[in-house]
Design a protein around this ligand. Structure first.
Ligand SMILES: Cc1cc2nc3c(=O)[nH]c(=O)nc-3n(C[C@H](O)[C@H](O)[C@H](O)COP(=O)(O)OP(=O)(O)OC[C@H]3O[C@@H](n4cnc5c(N)ncnc54)[C@H](O)[C@@H]3O)c2cc1C
Length: 498
């Protein structure tokens, strides 16, 4: 698409309404929703690699969990008053429902959108042992059970039942004192496949272009509030709106954009790794996603979990993630990414967070030097009879942990997904990784609401969103009837009904 750039120095300016930098699930989702809302809008995605979804959105580079708060214990912390806070689990569950509804809408509208290639129903289980954690899990179960979103959750502290849920737990040694919860309607997702399918639909539309093998190297705001963009170090595109959906690289592009709001942020990369088992006899024994408790000192997104996954037709088990040091912000990035992201304005934030979070650094150092034997010892908490030769170490994606200097208070580490908007709302950027892809639709609607819904468009666009996503702007906890209806519609359409 940019071929003319190579031919002449007096190149005409390439103009677009919306420029999305990065063809992962976030960029593809924003492009898709925008074109559903206004087909005349000109949308371009620029991707530095030769295909979409080769970084964090690629199937094996993430855990593929449809995060819904069913099994992730870090979304339901125990408060100092001994009560369980379920607010985050509610937020994430409601956010994930928006994704399911949008994917159902696309399934009904386009034959190119095939959910059987990207979504499977896989039970979500939380597993703990020891008296304290068993008491916590029971309390968490009681707190969730009363909420319509989590009504189907089951609890057991009976080893016979738990080992039916997780057959790999069975061992000749005397079993530990476990407790577990299970939600049957959990999901496993191939976010890479969703990205390809979204982009193949976009490619059928007028005024949409995907430019692969083109890297955005600089961006500057003009006096008229437009964005002038350098691609592959050659001038130039011009865009009315930019969305930086560049995964780990978003922070660096945000710094290039020089908007005031980026000054509060620094980032620190963490590499992920999995133990992967492809032995069909073992894979056949495990059909769930089993999440445990995070180790002391570890970041909350490092909850160990043993997952059954089907990636491009192949059935595998995956255990992890194990964290390790890297200086790159992307798998395809440079060893100078971290160093070059340190600027005068974010140096203090970095230093304060490193000083405050030293247990996390020690945890990362320990994880980086972990032996295969020690990784297996972690796995054996879920599968006591695991054999070393059945499990190979494979790389996952890189997360860039965000450090933020709030308006009031000291800088801190952020674990969620954060969207940064320029003062004029003509640029947005997505930072952070968790709960990430599962709530991509919710996050992209937030971008649209903030940057595209002016007085003129608001009513018409909101009613279009509502047609695609019936629970948009509805509190599902207060509308159990609607919840029941959309869940059964989605499950039928996406082929994940019980
Ligand atoms: C180990 C791990 C486990 C995870 N598990 C889960 C999970 O179970 N469930 C879940 O919901 N989420 C999970 N996530 C998070 C999820 O993977 C991410 O939130 C999601 O993939 C981010 O998508 P993205 O489009 O923002 O980024 P990416 O998929 O990383 O895409 C960014 C794209 O931008 C391109 N790019 C970068 N710089 C430029 C440039 N200058 N010019 C042009 N293109 C550029 C890159 O090449 C890349 O294709 C996990 C992440 C990791 C790392």
């Amino acid at each position: 698409m940019f071929n003319y750039m190579k031919k002449s120095k007096n190149i005409p300016l390439y103009e677009t309404d919306v420029l999305i930098i990065g063809a992962g699930i976030m960029g593809a989702t924003l492009g898709s929703i925008l074109k559903e809302l206004d087909s005349s809008l000109r949308v371009d995605i620029v991707e530095s690699l030769n295909s979409p979804a080769l970084e964090s959105s690629k199937a094996l580079n993430n855990a593929g969990t449809g995060h819904a708060g069913y099994c992730e214990l870090n979304y339901t912390p125990l408060l100092p008053n001994n009560k369980i806070d379920i607010q985050k689990a509610i937020q994430i569950n409601s956010g994930f429902e928006l994704s399911l509804q949008y994917w159902s809408y696309l399934t009904k509208k386009y034959h190119l959108f095939s959910p059987n290639k990207f979504i499977k129903r896989v039970p979500h289980i939380s597993l703990v042992n020891g008296n304290e954690d068993r008491a916590y899990l029971k309390k968490r179960y009681l707190a969730l059970k009363n909420n319509p979103l989590f009504k189907t959750i089951e609890f057991s502290s009976d080893f016979k039942t738990i080992s039916k849920w997780i057959p790999l737990l069975k061992t000749k040694k005397s079993p530990k004192e476990y407790a577990a919860t299970k939600v049957e309607i959990g999901t496993d997702l191939n976010f890479g496949e969703i990205t390809y399918q979204l982009i193949s639909i976009l490619k059928t539309k007028k005024n949409f272009y995907l430019h692969t093998n083109y890297k955005v190297t600089d961006l500057n705001e003009t006096k008229d509030g437009l964005w002038s963009v350098e691609v592959n170090n050659v001038k130039k595109m011009q865009a009315k709106f930019i969305f930086i959906a560049s995964g780990g690289n978003s922070l660096k592009l945000l710094q290039k954009a020089k908007i005031y709001e980026q000054r509060s942020y620094a980032g620190f990369p963490v590499n992920g790794q999995w133990l992967v088992c492809k032995n069909p006899k073992i894979v056949a024994l495990h059909k769930a996603k089993v999440y445990g408790k995070a180790e002391i000192g570890s970041p909350p997104m490092s909850l160990p979990h043993l997952d059954f996954r089907i990636i491009n037709g192949e059935k595998i088990l995956m255990f992890g993630p194990f964290a390790s040091f890297t200086f790159k912000f992307l798998i395809s990035g440079s060893l100078f990414d971290f160093i070059s992201s340190i600027k005068f304005h974010n140096l203090k934030t970095l230093c304060i967070v490193f000083l405050k979070e030293w247990p996390l650094l020690i945890y990362l150092i320990k994880q980086s030097f972990k032996s295969h034997k020690s990784r297996l010892a972690d796995l054996r908490k879920f599968y006591p009879d695991a054999n070393a030769e059945d499990w190979q170490l494979e790389n996952a994606g890189i997360r860039v942990q965000i450090m933020k200097k709030p308006n009031i208070g000291t800088p801190k580490l952020e674990f969620g997904t954060e969207i940064i908007f320029s003062g004029k709302n003509n640029l947005a950027a997505l930072l952070g990784a968790s709960p990430g892809a599962s709530i991509s639709v919710k996050s992209m609607i937030e971008v649209i609401e903030k940057c595209f819904l002016n007085k003129k468009k608001s009513i018409a666009w909101k009613s279009k969103i509502k047609k695609m996503i019936p629970s948009y702007e509805v509190n599902l906890v207060k509308n159990p009837k609607l919840l029941k209806k959309i869940r059964s519609d989605n499950q039928r359409t996406l082929g994940i009904n019980l």
